[in-house]
Design a protein around this ligand. Structure first.
Ligand code: AMP
Length: 545
């Protein structure tokens, strides 16, 4: 498939508002794609380039893209930025700029879907001191061969934000529809393989192939996530439940086969080199091939330390040895997904737990099972006394559902109401903060779209503002007056007093007294609060007055 055709399909989808029509449109395309094209198309149409489990990252920021566009369109950087500001969208700006270019040059080499993917792979593999130049050259090559409509989608794809409204749910349903297979099988295979592109290939083979899917070591699986809830509701709904401490550390997934071990963070980044001490103790403790799930905490003098200590270690690429020993990192393992060739995610939790205890004699997070409210409350109080964040309640019969924030894991922690929201804009500060951003526009998510819910400007120290500026300055997409638009990448945890209805923001809601708590470096944009979650909080608030 030529990239021009892909672009026309994207343009068509962008104009569709109904979910079913969107699914039909995608489903109609999939069967006629070759085996090389199918996985690429499925990822591209969701605005992704590589499988979610893959360590390959494009790493193209708006600045590099603007430079390449400027070169190809014969414009200065300022001209490119002006076009982005005017259109309010990188894709539309590139489309407009390339339209002028196409009158003076002709393309010798039409872009194809697989060709663009191959170039993206080359970009992700460039490494070392000359990598920026090398990336720029490849992006210039791609844009140089692109017509104007292709430019719109190519540029958005390179920033991994296609903005045509196709999320995982729609793409998954389209795969099931295209190959006439059960959507539940597609969803399950997707959870295990963590790449809808590959799942589409299996769907083409049929349901049997989807059923045979196994998880594989060194291919990280999305983490199962928790919802908020109460002890009372959980016991009323399920009777006896498992209760564990909620550790305030950093999530990990540990993979081991033979003597090879790897560790992945919550965002599925490979952090093996950063935490050799944790890997060594787990390697020694587990004489099997495994994938286990847990939380690492920092401990000093027997008490847990704030989670920032662990995060600093997880992010470290250099001088790892020096960092070891300043605090002890202790893993607490609470689940097992794979053992000696067997995929365990479909077993009930109680069985996985038994297997975990048989496999790992140490580092298993303590667990109790009870339906007695006062006993569960007591364990919660003990957890807080011991310096943990709270407790996790887990149903005993549920499978491990990767990437799902369901009702089978419930987190209980003291009522400080906080939300995880993504920064989509900022405003320059004033006075001594004039060279930094002083306030930040935040958004929640709804089916792949980001909806603004308010601004936060309090709770930040000068040091924090400087550190945040350092990260955000490379993510600025456009600017107007005192305001800038920021590429969504950084997640803030913010406290608030109340959620109110508000005509000022596209979400229809706003936060009262928002206050910055911390940057959630462990969370991705797709993990921020959903609009449904906001509405549920709003409803709960109404009930509690
Ligand atoms: P939150 O980050 O507030 O959504 O809470 C869920 C997180 O709590 C998980 O992603 C884990 O990182 C962490 N956690 C701590 N202890 C446990 C536990 N015993 N079971 C599951 N998750 C835990």
């Amino acid at each position: 498939m030529e990239f021009a055709e892909f672009s026309r399909i994207c343009e068509n989808i962008e104009g569709i508002s109904g979910r079913l029509e969107m699914i039909e449109t995608i489903a109609a395309v999939l069967p006629r794609l070759s085996d090389d094209e199918l996985p690429v198309f499925v990822r591209f149409v969701m605005g992704r380039v590589f499988p979610d489990w893959s360590p390959l990252k494009l790493g193209i920021g708006p600045n590099l893209l603007y430079e390449a566009v400027g070169y190809v369109a014969g414009k200065k950087r300022d001209g490119v930025i002006a076009a982005v500001n005017e259109t309010g969208d990188v894709g539309l700006a590139v489309e407009r700029l390339l339209a002028t270019k196409s009158q003076t040059s002709f393309f010798t080499e039409p872009l194809t879907l697989t060709g663009v993917h191959a170039d993206c792979t080359r970009i992700a593999m460039t490494d070392g001191s000359r990598s920026q130049r090398e990336k720029l050259r490849i992006v210039e090559g791609l844009l140089g061969n692109a017509g104007s409509l292709e430019g719109r989608y190519l540029s958005r794809l390179l920033l991994e934000e296609l903005r045509i409204g196709v999320g995982e749910g729609n793409a998954r349903d389209a795969v099931a529809r295209a190959f006439d297979v059960d959507v539940a099988l597609v969803a399950h295979a997707h959870q295990a393989l963590n790449d809808l592109g590959e799942v589409a290939m299996l769907a083409r083979q049929g349901e049997e192939a989807l059923r045979e899917v196994r998880i594989e070591p060194f291919r990280p699986v999305k983490m199962m996530l928790a919802q908020q809830g109460t002890i009372g509701e959980m016991v009323a709904d399920h009777g006896a439940v498992a209760v564990e401490y909620k550790y305030d550390g950093t999530r990990f997934q540990f993979h081991k086969v033979g003597s090879e071990c790897r560790m992945y963070s919550r965002k599925l980044e490979d952090v093996t080199v950063a935490v050799p001490d944790v890997i060594e103790v787990l390697d020694r403790a587990i004489p099997h091939d495994v994938i286990v799930d847990g939380e690492v905490i920092a401990v000093k003098d027997g008490r847990p330390r704030p989670f920032q200590f662990v995060l600093q270690r997880f992010r470290r690429k250099h001088e790892v040895e020096e960092a070891i020993g300043r605090v002890d990192l202790v893993p607490h393992v609470f689940d097992i997904l794979y053992l000696d060739g067997e995929t365990l995610i479909d077993l009930p939790f109680s069985e996985r737990r038994r297997t975990l205890e048989d496999t790992l004699p140490v580092y298993v997070a303590p667990q109790w099972v009870s339906d007695d409210l006062s006993r569960l409350e007591q364990i919660y109080a003990d957890a807080l006394d011991a310096g943990h964040e709270g407790v996790m309640l887990k149903t005993l019969d549920a499978p491990y559902t990767p990437g799902v924030r369901g009702k089978n894991w419930i987190k209980i922690k003291p009522a400080v109401d906080t939300l995880d929201l993504v920064v989509i804009g900022a405003e320059w500060g004033e006075g001594r903060r004039a060279r930094l951003f002083g306030s930040f526009l935040l958004a929640c998510q709804q089916e792949g779209e980001l909806l603004p819910v308010g601004k936060v400007a309090t709770g930040l120290s000068d040091d924090q503002l400087a550190a945040i500026y350092d990260v955000l300055k490379d993510l600025v997409i456009a600017g107007k007056g005192k305001e800038v638009v920021i590429e969504p990448a950084v997640v803030f945890e913010v406290g608030y007093a109340e959620i109110q209805k508000s005509p000022n923001y596209a979400s229809g809601y706003a936060l009262r007294f928002p206050r910055f708590v911390r940057v959630r470096e462990d969370k991705g944009v797709d993990e921020v609060e959903t609009m449904d979650g906001m509405l549920a909080r709003y409803e709960r608030q109404l009930k509690s007055v």
